[in-house]
Design a protein around this ligand. Structure first.
Ligand SMILES: [Zn+2]
Length: 151
């Protein structure tokens, strides 16, 4: 399966796109390029909210910042995992420096933080950069393999 979902950062509409197709996917409504690199959406605060609420499959979100070394070293792992799991989950990144509101809404206290959302609700979160096998294990178990942060 190579169909994934993204949200246009211009008109904030959910879009379906084919990750196998070359070139940037375009928003079906406003024709602007979707904020997609590979299979990962670079979401704004509003775009993330729409994606969480309207994606038919779970959404895995990486909250990161450009000044965070562990975030940068984790990025390739996240990107390749997104490509391998197209069809089963949607992957998105939120730059918490540019989108401070999104970090606040989701109570992000350290980065990188990963959150899995399903049907509009948070179902799991973990903090700190994971290696490939830990990330796969966490995703396979729907986030249950890692100790959960207490609220
Ligand atoms: Zn659009």
């Amino acid at each position: 399966m190579s169909t994934s979902y993204s949200v246009c950062n211009e008109c904030v509409v959910l879009n379906k796109f084919d990750t196998d197709r070359s070139g940037s996917p375009i928003c079906g409504r406003c024709k602007k390029p979707l904020p997609v690199k590979g299979a990962v959406t670079e979401a704004t605060e509003k775009g993330l909210q729409r994606l969480i609420e309207s994606s038919p499959v779970p959404v895995v979100v990486d909250f990161w910042a450009p000044w965070c070394g562990p975030c940068l070293s984790f990025a390739p792992t996240f990107a390749s995992t997104a490509t391998r799991r197209v069809g089963t989950s949607v992957f998105a990144k939120v730059n918490t420096q540019a989108e401070a509101g999104a970090a606040q809404v989701h109570g992000i206290r350290g980065i990188p933080t990963l959150i899995i959302f399903h049907k509009g609700k948070e179902i799991a979160r973990t903090s700190g950069a994971l290696d490939q096998s830990s990330l796969d294990r966490w995703l396979n178990d729907g986030g249950r393999a890692m100790p959960q942060e207490t609220k």
